[in-house]
Design a protein around this ligand. Structure first.
Ligand SMILES: Cc1cc2nc3c(=O)[nH]c(=O)nc-3n(C[C@H](O)[C@H](O)[C@H](O)COP(=O)(O)OP(=O)(O)OC[C@H]3O[C@@H](n4cnc5c(N)ncnc54)[C@H](O)[C@@H]3O)c2cc1C
Length: 429
């Protein structure tokens, strides 16, 4: 009898389990943490719901948005949908126009503030050249080299393309894969107008999808076990034994939806998976620091999400505008840098001082909380190899943002990977 074990209750694992539960396939999710969501989960601190990391979704995240709509009865109010607006504080502003695609973007670029006319036209020429080749490169190169080949000025790179690259791939442009970057541009900037919309969560990231997904799965007879760390997955003649806390349960299929740096511990020694183990072992990672500052009063940022260049901070989010959390802001620092040498108190103070310099006088925060994710995403470098979801070991699958995908390590890549695993199991029946 089919009974699927999903190991890991992040977006990938929950997407796989929802897809199976929708077709009434018995499924059990094992999640090591008390909270569902993995790298996109709620973190409770001083009676305040924070997120492990501040996240941006885009309209092109078709599968993530479809599953949120399927499981979350409050989906309409859970996300703030904004027409594309790229706001780099006092340096640059690009806002899509209310025109059909691609005029919404062309018009937006023509009217972009902070670039001279030759730079605006160069950006348009760049997009037209990419479209001519269907956003496909004969061979992968770095984003920085691609920008150079298309005569994008230093200012254009600094205020538009590099921040876009880091926001999408969490990898610096000199090493980032231009092909994966173009895949994201193709599906967002080159598609229907709403594909380039920015979607910002108005609830915490566990409440957005994983928690309603758990209710959906349970209503269809599945089980979602929190605080259940899996310690071993043993292939049997027909199926698998999954061990937690000394207890063994057997399943017909296993979907390993673990983070990439943890999955190999379960795969090493399984001959059929040795290539996959090797591919995963070669991945490198990029950090993201999220710095939360609770001010005693409202701050009112110029927009719910504001970018900075020449600053330690890349983005700052106004949680009062988004979630009604008065005086709470979250700052994002992507990638490696000297900020990693600071203590959490020092980093919080630096972020507060930078915000003060740029936004004007601010009161001292009541508290601060730094969440450092050393391995926030894998490094999406030129030609990076990623393992497949359907593995050579019969009935054993891998889901996760690091598995083979057009997309970089994102919620959408994670969700799509879970769906691929589930559909493969469904097809076998
Ligand atoms: C700070 C930060 C900011 C980000 N910003 C964005 C963004 O703006 N937009 C975007 O699209 N993406 C963003 N991402 C990336 C996105 O969060 C990830 O791509 C996605 O959450 C990965 O989901 P996943 O299910 O593949 O893995 P994970 O979320 O890592 O899930 C794996 C799960 O497995 C569980 N687990 C581990 N070991 C065991 C075990 N032995 N037994 C049982 N369970 C186990 C973990 O607890 C975890 O819940 C960001 C990530 C971070 C960290």
């Amino acid at each position: 009898m089919t009974h699927v074990a999903v190991i890991g209750g992040g977006y990938a694992g929950m997407a796989a389990a929802v897809e199976l539960a929708e077709h009434r396939i018995p499924v059990t999710v094992f999640e090591a943490a008390p909270q569902l969501g993995g790298r996109a989960r709620r973190v409770d601190y001083r009676d305040t719901a924070l997120d492990n990391g501040l996240h941006i979704l885009i309209g092109a995240y078709g599968e993530t948005l479809r599953l949120i709509r399927l499981v979350n009865p409050a989906h309409a109010s859970a996300l703030l949908r904004l027409p594309l607006e790229w706001n780099v504080h006092r340096e640059f502003r690009l806002a899509a126009m209310r025109l059909p695609a691609p005029l919404h973007l062309l018009g937006g670029l023509l009217r972009a503030q902070g670039l001279d006319i030759s730079e605006r036209l160069a950006a348009i020429r760049f997009l037209r050249a990419l479209r001519k080749h269907d956003f496909t490169l004969p061979q992968d190169i770095s984003v920085e080299l691609l920008l150079k080949q298309h005569d994008q000025s230093e200012k254009l790179r600094r205020v538009l393309w590099r921040p876009l690259c880091v926001a999408a791939l969490n990898t610096p442009s000199p090493i980032a894969s231009a092909q994966v970057f173009l895949n994201v541009l193709r599906d967002s900037l080159n598609a229907a107008r709403d594909a380039s919309d920015l979607l910002l969560a108005r609830v915490d990231l566990s409440e957005l999808f994983p928690e309603p997904a758990a209710s959906y799965i349970e209503q269809r007879g599945g089980a979602v076990l929190r605080s259940q760390r899996v310690t071993a997955i043993d292939p049997l003649d027909h199926g698998f034994a999954v061990e937690t806390d000394g207890r063994r349960q057997t399943f017909s299929h296993v979907i390993g939806a673990l983070p990439p740096h943890q999955v190999n511990a379960f795969l090493i020694g399984i001959t059929a998976l040795s290539d996959i183990v090797d591919t995963i072992a070669r991945l490198h990672y990029q950090p993201i620091h999220s710095v939360w500052l609770q001010y005693p009063a409202s701050l009112t940022l110029p927009s719910p999400m504001l970018g900075f260049t020449r600053s330690l901070i890349h983005w700052v989010f106004d949680r009062e505008k988004l979630c009604g959390q008065r005086g709470l802001v979250g700052a994002v620092i992507s990638g490696e840098g000297t900020h990693q040498e600071l203590t959490q108190d020092e980093l919080g103070l630096r972020v507060h001082q930078e915000l003060k310099q740029r936004l004007g006088d601010l009161p001292d925060p009541l508290w601060q909380r730094v969440i450092a994710e050393k391995r926030a995403t894998f490094s999406c470098t030129v030609g990076v190899r990623r393992p497949p979801q359907v593995t050579p070991l019969t009935n054993f699958y891998l889901a996760g943002d690091y598995t083979a995908s057009d997309y970089p390590a994102t919620l959408e890549a994670a969700v799509r990977s879970g769906i691929i695993c589930a559909r493969h199991i469904l097809q076998q029946r």
